[in-house]
Design a protein around this ligand. Structure first.
Ligand code: CA
Length: 656
């Protein structure tokens, strides 16, 4: 046994190398710093497996590992090398635009080498922190081969019996608006049994599972860029889920579904977050903990809140006068930006955009500009098109944006999860950083640790977002149900550009039932609560200038003060799809927010240790008719609060 110290790029690693004396070690383990979470790695009959145990209860049954590649079948006839490298990992990092501004990460790492015919073929690297497991493969060169194609991953997750699922199916390819799917916009089914496979294509990450009576598991992946494809989970019989690569039809059939890696090389980190309650899942930072920045920020990026005419006014609102009105509105709200959506190139023009940018600058309101990612991958007709898909036009455009002071871009309608598309995301981000631009993605894949990898990454849609509230009443009717899912699933692994919190009654420019556009059935307090529940460093809220006069003053005032950056998050209570209560802190101010999708009145007694006894708070609450009001209250000695939330209603508590 020997101890050495390594230092690399600000990360101090204490390496504790333990050489196990057992020549035929077939089973070994990695144990979390607190001793409660254990991963058991084994090789039996040549098949590598792992198992996850929390407080002596199996959270994953023995699950398969292994890769089938063009340089060899590394799924069977493997043996586990007797030398196991164990080390303690600690890292401290700051990120302003995730759920927690200051992160301390501690984990036990174990590196397990698997051999075929006595030669190392891959390592499996496990990092086990108190409520998270992250693992990836390191694939070794074979002979002179320094490049490899992964045909298939056996990597699986075998859920215990009686597990129920909260999953979002992967869609068919080249369907939906202008053949733009899949784009992570399908609807979740809660409390469903295992043993299914969505609509035949598996499920998009992240995937939430409830173990009967013992806890919760969230499975996802992180660290994916052009180095791999985005993966999904394929459901099998007996509660087994395995890694699936993209579908042939994605990206209009162009590009491979099998990722290629350079050797020696790594696969992305696959992550599990687990515990007895949903607390570790809401609070996890594992998507960021195991990564390092891919490049340095070219400047200090400014996040913030903004307004956005398109969600209420649609395409025709992308005109000069309306955008000016929204700049005035953002100024009145104290917001930092306006997002100018599709068709600005033809309906406003570049010269007038420069004029708008200048007008905004005089009011401390910066502009984001929308772009179509196309390209050859779908039929989305909205312009500007054919700019973001190649470096020559993209960089020229970005130089123009920099020259007129544009803050960022929103790029829409991507082609799926193939490695070739992941490369496009990476290239857009990298180029945008050269010109000091933030990047928001829409019609897109899930971000996979991108806040840490790409310092100018702002946010992604990858959710059935607010546009659907405009498009169809059924989405308005399901708004509360969906809001009770996202804080536990989609939004816990990365920024979510939902574009919500409207105070309009109707999703149209007249705010009237006489015009087309969904009718909001949620309360005003609900709208405020989702501004806390949904996390994104850049928020473009669906508020409209008319809300200054037609919405309650307390609601507008709340939306003026709401931050988009948070220092801390705490899970308080909830059940996916039914209700959710979460607390977020910005500097010294706590926002405790909850919404309910349950029939009738939900009565909760909440423990709020973050609010001190006697501390004055402003409470926003709904009565049975979803009519909101504010009350000043003082926290009691027990630091408990009783709240009643009606269906489609909410509450928020803010300490003063
Ligand atoms: Ca969309």
């Amino acid at each position: 046994m020997k101890t050495t110290f390594l230092t690399k790029a600000g990360l101090t690693v204490v390496l504790l190398l333990l050489t196990y004396g057992l020549a035929n070690a077939r089973e070994t383990r990695v144990i979390s710093p607190d001793g409660k979470l254990v991963v058991v790695i084994s090789s039996e009959n040549g098949l590598p497996t792992y198992q996850v145990i929390y407080k002596d209860i199996p959270f994953l049954r023995k699950s398969p590992l292994g890769l089938n590649t063009d340089i060899g079948d590394f799924t069977r006839d493997l043996s586990l090398d007797s030398t196991i490298n164990l080390q303690k990992i600690t890292d401290h990092y700051q990120l302003p635009n995730i759920k927690k501004s200051n992160v301390h990460y501690e984990a036990s790492e174990g590196v397990f080498t698997f051999l075929k015919k006595g030669k190392a073929v891959f390592d499996v690297i496990f990092r086990v922190s108190n409520n998270d497991v992250a693992f990836r493969y390191k694939v070794y060169p074979q002979g002179e081969r320094l490049a490899c194609v992964i045909h298939q991953e056996l990597t699986g997750f075998a859920m215990p019996d009686s597990t129920t699922t909260f999953l979002c199916p992967q869609s068919q390819t080249m369907v939906g608006f202008a053949r733009t799917m899949p784009s992570y916009e399908m609807s979740y089914t809660p409390d469903a049994p295992t043993g299914q496979n969505g609509i035949g294509n598996g499920y998009t990450f992240p995937c939430l599972f409830r173990l009967n009576g013992t806890g919760w598991v969230l499975i996802s992946e992180t660290g994916v860029r052009s180095n791999y494809c985005g993966s999904r989970l394929i459901g099998h019989a007996n509660g087994l889920y395995s890694i699936g690569f993209p579908m042939e039809g994605e990206n209009n059939g162009n590009g491979t579904v099998t990722p290629g890696i350079s050797l020696p090389g790594y696969t992305p980190w696959r992550t599990l977050t687990l515990g007895e309650s949903l607390k570790p899942i809401v609070e996890t930072t594992i998507p960021f903990d195991v990564l390092e920045p891919f490049y340095e920020a070219s400047k200090k990026y400014e996040y913030g809140r903004g307004s956005w005419s398109w969600i209420i006014g649609m395409d025709e609102s992308t005109n000069f006068e309306e955008q000016k009105r929204y700049i005035d509105f953002s100024e009145a709200m104290g917001y930092e930006s306006v997002l100018v959506d599709a068709l600005w190139d033809t309906q406003i023009g570049r010269d007038k955009i420069a004029e708008l940018a200048q007008y905004g600058a005089g009011k401390n309101v910066a502009l984001f500009l929308w772009y179509n990612s196309n390209g050859y991958w779908n039929d989305a007709p909205q312009s500007p098109r054919g700019i973001m898909d190649n470096p020559a036009t993209r960089r020229k455009e970005m130089a123009w944006m920099k020259s007129i002071g544009i803050r960022g871009i929103k790029v829409d309608f991507f082609g799926g999860d193939k490695q070739v598309t992941l490369k496009l995301y990476e290239d857009i981000l990298y180029d945008a950083n050269d010109y000091g631009l933030l990047v928001i993605f829409h019609g897109c894949t899930l971000p996979r640790g991108w806040e840490r990898m790409f310092p100018n990454y702002a946010s992604s849609e990858a959710v059935r977002a607010s546009e659907n509230l405009h498009f169809a009443q059924e989405n308005c009717d399901a708004e509360a149900f969906n809001a009770c899912l996202h804080p536990f699933i989609r939004n816990t692994i990365g920024s979510m550009d939902f574009g919500g919190s409207t105070l309009n009654k109707y999703y149209n420019s007249k705010n009237s039932g006489e015009m087309w556009g969904g009718r909001r059935i949620t309360s005003d307090v609900f709208a405020l609560a989702t501004a806390v529940l949904f996390q994104s460093g850049v928020q473009h809220f669906a508020m409209a200038p008319n809300n200054l006069t037609d919405a309650p003053k307390w609601a507008v005032d709340f939306m003026k003060d709401i931050p988009s950056l948070w220092d801390e998050v705490q899970f308080i209570d909830g059940y996916p799809g039914k209700y959710v209560v979460i607390a977020r802190r910005n500097a010294g101010k706590w926002y405790v927010a909850g919404v309910s999708a349950q029939k009738g009145l939900l009565k909760l007694k909440l423990n709020l240790p973050m609010i001190q006894p006697g501390e004055e708070c402003l409470q926003y609450a709904d009565d049975e008719t979803l009519s909101g009001k504010t009350t000043l209250m003082k926290m009691n000695k027990k630091q408990q609060l009783e709240v009643t939330i009606p269906e489609n209603g909410g509450f928020v508590l803010v300490n003063e």
